[in-house]
Design a binder for this molecule. Structure first.
Ligand SMILES: C=C(O[C@@H]1C=C(C(=O)O)C=C[C@H]1O)C(=O)O
Length: 373
C-alpha cells in the first residue's frame, strides 16, 4: 500500500520570497490575535468577578449560543462558518476557564464519541470527567462535583437511548443544551493489510452500524464486542492481527493506522446529546423545550394532550414513549418542542397541556443545537 513519496520541487526564489513576506504578515496577525485574545480574557475575568459577587453561574449557555449565532451571521469568509464556530468555541472555552474551569461529566472513557461531543460543545479548556455509566453522569452533576453533564438521548439510526430517558424521569436536573455529533466510524489497526485482520473489536452499537461494510470488506474477520469504542481501540493496539471500529481520536491516541473512514452503513449517522445542569437557561431566540408527561389510561388522552399543543401552533420536534417502571404497561411521553417555556404561546400551551395530563414536568428550555453533517 506504500507508494513512493512524491518529489516536491523547491519553490523558485521569487515564490519563496513571496511566501516569506506573507508569513511575516501572518506572524503579525497572530501577535495581534494574541493581544486581542488576552484583552477578551481580561473582560471575561471582569465579568467573572461580577457574576461571582452576584452568585451567578460562570457558564451562560444562552450567551454563548447567541454569540456564536451572531458571529456566523456576520461571517463573509473565506473561513466557513463550521471552522469559525469551532475556533470561537475554543476561545469561549478558554475565557470561561480563566474565570473557573468548567467540569463536564460524560459517558466515558476518553476518546469515545461522547467525549468528542463534550469537546465539540465545551471546548478543550475544560475539566473532562469520564463516567462509567449514564446514571453516574447524572449523579456527578446532582452532587455538584461537576457543573454540567452530557448524555446521549438518541441516534439517527438506532433511536432512543433508554438509559438516559429513565434518568430524566426522576432527576431534578435541567436540560440546558443540545449537541448533535456526527458519528464517523473508522477502522483502525496496527498493520495496514485488511486481509491480515482476523478480529474486529467494537461496541455492539458501532458493530451494528457498520455491519454492511464489515460483510463486504472483512468477510474473513470475526467480530468481538467491547465495552466501548475506546476500549476496542486499546484492544486493537494490544492484539496483532486485529482492528477496532471507533472514533478517529481513539486511533490517534493509540497510534493506530486509519485503514478506512466513514464505514457506517448510513452516511447520516448522528447522535443527539443533551447537556444537564442545575440552571434554568433564559431564552436566546433559537430555543427548544423538553417535557415529559404521563397521561390517564383513558381512550383519547394522548390525542387530547397533543391537541393542546397543536391548537396553539407549537411545533414538536420529537415524541418518544418509555415505560414508567412503577406501573406495568404505563408510559411516560417525552416531547421536544420549538420555543422557550417563557415564550407566551409555549407558556400557554404548557398550561393547557398540564390540565389534560396526570403529571407534567418541564425538563428545561435551552438553545437549539446545530445539526452538523
Ligand atoms: C464571559 C462570560 O462567561 C462565559 C464565557 C463567555 C465568553 O467567553 O464569551 C460567554 C458566556 C459564559 O459562559 C460571560 O458570562 O459573558
Amino acid at each position: 500500500m506504500n507508494s513512493a513519496p512524491s518529489q516536491i520541487q523547491p519553490p523558485s526564489d521569487q515564490a519563496q520570497t513571496a511566501i516569506n513576506a506573507l508569513r511575516e504578515e501572518i506572524d503579525q496577525v497572530d501577535r495581534e490575535l494574541m493581544s486581542l485574545l488576552n484583552q477578551r480574557a481580561r473582560l471575561a475575568l471582569d465579568i467573572g468577578r461580577l457574576k461571582k459577587n452576584a452568585g451567578l453561574p460562570v457558564f451562560v449557555p444562552e450567551r454563548e449560543s447567541d454569540l456564536l449565532d451572531k458571529l456566523a451571521q456576520g461571517n463573509h469568509g473565506p473561513l466557513p462558518n463550521r471552522y469559525l464556530v469551532s475556533v470561537f468555541r475554543e476561545v469561549i472555552s478558554a475565557c470561561r476557564s480563566v474565570q473557573q474551569p468548567l467540569k463536564v461529566a460524560f459517558l466515558g472513557p476518553e476518546f469515545t464519541f461522547s467525549h468528542q461531543a463534550a469537546v465539540q460543545h465545551f471546548g478543550s479548556s475544560c475539566g473532562m470527567a469520564p463516567q462509567s455509566g449514564i446514571a453516574e453522569v447524572f449523579r456527578e452533576v446532582e452532587s455538584g462535583r461537576c457543573q454540567v453533564g452530557l448524555v446521549p438521548v438518541e441516534n439517527s439510526g438506532e433511536g432512543a437511548v433508554g438509559a438516559s430517558l429513565d434518568q430524566f424521569m426522576t432527576t431534578q436536573l435541567k436540560v440546558c443544551g443540545e449537541v448533535y455529533t456526527p458519528i464517523n466510524h473508522v477502522l483502525m489497526s496496527q498493520g495496514d493489510d485488511l486481509d491480515a485482520i482476523t478480529t474486529v473489536y467494537s461496541h455492539p452499537q458501532a458493530l451494528a452500524q457498520c455491519r454492511g461494510w464489515l460483510t463486504r470488506n472483512l468477510p474473513q474477520a470475526r467480530v468481538a464486542e467491547a465495552p466501548s469504542t475506546a476500549a476496542a481501540a486499546r484492544q486493537a493496539a494490544e492484539t496483532p492481527g486485529s482492528a477496532a471500529i471507533g472514533a478517529v481520536a481513539a486511533a490517534r491516541h493509540h497510534c493506530l493506522k486509519v485503514l478506512a473512514e466513514g464505514i457506517q452503513d448510513y452516511t447520516y449517522n448522528t447522535t443527539r446529546f443533551l447537556v444537564i445542569g442545575k440552571q434554568d437557561v433564559p431564552p436566546c431566540g433559537q430555543d427548544k423545550t423538553s417535557i415529559v408527561f404521563l397521561t390517564a389510561h383513558r381512550p383519547g388522552s394522548l390525542y387530547k394532550a397533543l391537541g393542546e399543543l397543536a391548537e396553539l401552533g407549537v411545533n414538536l420536534s420529537r415524541i418518544e414513549s418509555r415505560p414508567t417502571k412503577d406501573r406495568p404497561w404505563e408510559y411516560a411521553f417525552f416531547v421536544d418542542l420549538n420555543g422557550h417555556r417563557q415564550d407566551p404561546e409555549v407558556a400557554q400551551a404548557l398550561a393547557a397541556l398540564e390540565s389534560q395530563v396526570e403529571r407534567l414536568r418541564v425538563l428545561g428550555s435551552f438553545p437549539a443545537g446545530e445539526m452538523l453533517s
